[in-house]
Structure formats: structure tokens, C-alpha cells
Ligand binder design. Structure first.
Ligand code: KDG
Ligand code: MG
Length: 403
């Protein structure tokens, strides 16, 4: 079997996505996701201009050699643009392999280690009362694990929160990023009270998560982790920026609140120390930004040795192709922890058909051959790329801060 053609499809059904289609001489094709929020065209060009010409004529079953060819062979390694482009190729190749063998992808990754995939959703409100309403709504939908974000008194805009009645979407359309506002002091003073109210309303069984979105220093994160201990979080995510992996050592010394990190990582070397020193509990680096299935299998197996479980990123900027692929991966690996599920809107769903589905708090990848996600190219063409960027964040005095 040979790859004879490759297409990069950039579309914006509700939000921007970059999708790679690899076509073989036997009529089987595979799809990969190459979406990097706010930097979509850079990845599209990296694929189109630099990688795809080298793929024509290759045997799609050689997933490992092709991965190494683009990683080691380019000389310039790592980085989100490079790794998202390589991921799209890798996932499309695994999709072709599974389709050719007529098996669901999870069969090639170890087979089923479980019957279903535990997912968490997002409940976000403008204040405590609204957040509790949102939690209730999601409990009624069957979710057993819920990430909680809320507006913070005295701050104009908080991370992860939409206006009342609006759907939350991280990227805003337009040529310039939106500016949000931040105060660590107001956030730290507010958050434990929010969780106290949520626990009071819903009891101990509901799994609760929270994303600090890289905004604390290690000692601030240690204080927050300690103050949240009575509310038994499933995890506290992205407590600090993680360029400095040792930062987590300090948090760990002070709190038993479980820690998750990694949605912005793109290489196993971004978290090698976090894993081998057992400084975290969940690794969130996901298939699209981490270079694909091939390196993520290695990461998951390394993490398994150190009691670290997976909790893959699954926001709406990861396309249905990544969601479907992640669910196969989650079903197969032994040290799966939880999967993020932020459902796509109807327009996205109309362009990407998929075999995966949600039922009673769990997701299922479906049993069709491959990863089970397809794209309607004619419909995709009706939604051309639109510039959209993640916000930038400033402290109340104007200092640029982590978003
Ligand atoms: O592109 C950035 C979003 O995916 C990110 O802000 C979402 O932090 C996020 C999460 O945990 O889903
Ligand atoms: Mg996050």
C-alpha cells in the first residue's frame, strides 16, 4: 500500500480546524487533526510546504519510521507547530492501518482495557449561584465528573466563563486577541468558598475538578491546594506554568490535592521529571499537540511506571478527529484516568461525523474500523478560515500575565 495524495483542509464550522487527509492507492484514506488554537495557518503551511511532499509514495503501515523521519529527520525538534503537524500525519496513518485491517483503532493500541471512558464536562457560571445551576444541569445530563469555573467578584472577566446564556469558547474571532483581567488575590480569596458551596449542594460523590490555568506561583498553588483539601478535588489543573518542572516539588510538599498538568506540552521531555519524580497525578498532553499516537503510547507507558494516569485535554479547539482518537486510546491504555469532554457545537458536528457517543457519564469510541471520525469536505468548504485568537490576560495594573 502507498500514499498517493495528501490534503490539508482548513475550515471554520463554529471555530477553526485544520484536518489532514492522507489517501492511499487502495482507496483507503485516513484523517488526522492538526489544529493549534490561534496558530492554525502555521501548522497548515508546515504540513503543506514541508512534510507532505516527503510522504507521497510511503507505506502507511510504517507508523514508527515515518514518525522518526519527521521528528529526527527535520533536525529541528519539538515545539507545538512541529508536533501538531507530525501528530496529524501519525493519526492519519494509524487510521489507515486500522481501516485496512478492518478493526477499530483501540484494537491496535492494546485492545479494550475497559468498557467505557469516564469523562468530565465543564460547568461555568458568572457567580456562585449560577455555577451551582450549571453543575445541576450537568448532573441531570448524567455527568459524574465536573470541572468548575466561576466569575470572581471584582474581576471583569475570569478564565473559562461565558456570559450568561452564552456558550464558552476560548478563542474569540477577530484580528486582535481579547484582553481579560486578573487578580490572584481575589481569585485565592474566592475559590475555596465556591467549592464549599458546591460540595454542600451536591455531596461527596460528585467528582470535582478545577483549572487554575497557569496563574499561580508554586507557593500560591500550595496554599490553594491546602485550602481545597476539605472539598476533595479529583484534580487541580495547571496550578503553575510548567516550564520549570521543579516548581511542582514545592506544591507537592504542602498539599495532597491531586495535580494535573500538560495541555500545552508537546514532548515527553516537557514532563519527564514531573513523571519520574511523581510530582503530578495526571498528565494532560494530548494526541494532537503531543506528536500523535506513537509518542503518546510511549508517554502513557512511562507514566504507568510512576503511578501517573492520563487525563487528556479535550476542549473544543481539539477537533472531533482528536476526540475520537483519544477515546480509542483511553479505552486501551491501562493507566487511563479521565477524559475531558467539552462538546462541539452543531455546526462543527455537521461537518465532522463520528462514531463516538456519550451515555450516562461515559463515552464510547464506537466500533467502526479506524478512529471513526470523518469530514464532509463539501460542507467544510462553506466555512472558510476566520482569524481567531486566544485572549491575552493583564493584571489590574496592566501588567501582562499568563492567560
Ligand atoms: O486552546 C486553549 C484551550 O483549549 C484551553 O484554554 C482549555 O484549559 C483548557 C482546558 O482545560 O480545557
Ligand atoms: Mg486546562
Amino acid at each position: 500500500m502507498k500514499i498517493i495524495d495528501a490534503k490539508v483542509i482548513v475550515c471554520s464550522p463554529g471555530r477553526n480546524f485544520v484536518t489532514l487527509k492522507l489517501i492511499t492507492d487502495q482507496g483507503i484514506y485516513g484523517l488526522g487533526d492538526a489544529t493549534l488554537n490561534g496558530r492554525e495557518l502555521a501548522v497548515a503551511s508546515y504540513l503543506q510546504d514541508h512534510l507532505l511532499p516527503c510522504l507521497i509514495g510511503r507505506d502507511p503501515f510504517q507508523t514508527e519510521d515515518i514518525w522518526q523521519y519527521f521528528y529526527k529527520g527535520s533536525y529541528w525538534r519539538r515545539g507545538p507547530v512541529t508536533m501538531s503537524a507530525i501528530a496529524a500525519i501519525d493519526v492519519a496513518l494509524w487510521d489507515i492501518k486500522a481501516k485496512s485491517l478492518n478493526v477499530p483503532l483501540y484494537q491496535l493500541l492494546g485492545g479494550k482495557s475497559r468498557e467505557k471512558v469516564l469523562v468530565y464536562c465543564h460547568a461555568n457560571g458568572t457567580d456562585t449561584a449560577h455555577t451551582i445551576e450549571e453543575v445541576q444541569k450537568h448532573v441531570e445530563m448524567g455527568y459524574q465528573a465536573i470541572r468548575i469555573q466561576s466569575g470572581i467578584p471584582g474581576i471583569r472577566s475570569a478564565y473559562g466563563v461565558a456570559g450568561k446564556g452564552e456558550r464558552y469558547e476560548p478563542a474569540g474571532r477577530g484580528l486582535l486577541p481579547k484582553v481579560t483581567e486578573w487578580s490572584t488575590e481575589k481569585y485565592l480569596n474566592f475559590l475555596p468558598g465556591l467549592f464549599a458551596e458546591v460540595r454542600k449542594a451536591f455531596g461527596d460523590d460528585l467528582l470535582l475538578l478545577h483549572d487554575a490555568h497557569h496563574r499561580l506561583t508554586p507557593i500560591e498553588a500550595a496554599r490553594l491546594g491546602k485550602e481545597l483539601e476539605p472539598f476533595k478535588l479529583f484534580w487541580l489543573e495547571d496550578a503553575v506554568t510548567a516550564e520549570l518542572q521543579e516548581g511542582f516539588r514545592l506544591i507537592r510538599k504542602h498539599t495532597v490535592t491531586p495535580l494535573a498538568v500538560g495541555e500545552v506540552f508537546n514532548s515527553i521531555y516537557d514532563c519527564q521529571q514531573l513523571i519520574t519524580e511523581q510530582l503530578i497525578d495526571y498528565i494532560r498532553m494530548t494526541i494532537v499537540h503531543g506528536g500523535g499516537i506513537s509518542p503518546l503510547l510511549k508517554l502513557a507507558h512511562l507514566a504507568e511506571l510512576y503511578h501517573v494516569r492520563t487525563g487528556f485535554h479535550g476542549a473544543t479547539d481539539l477537533s472531533p478527529v482528536t476526540m475520537g482518537t483519544a477515546l480509542h486510546f483511553d479505552l486501551a491504555i491501562h493507566n487511563f484516568g479521565i477524559q475531558e469532554h467539552m462538546p462541539h457545537d452543531e455546526t462543527t458536528e455537521s461537518v465532522f461525523s463520528h462514531a463516538y457517543y456519550f451515555e450516562d457519564g461515559f463515552m464510547y469510541p464506537g466500533d467502526v474500523a479506524g478512529h471513526g471520525v470523518d469530514i464532509d469536505e463539501n460542507l467544510a468548504e462553506k466555512y472558510p478560515y476566520q482569524p481567531a485568537y486566544l485572549p491575552v490576560n493583564r493584571k489590574e495594573d496592566g501588567t501582562l500575565f499568563n492567560w
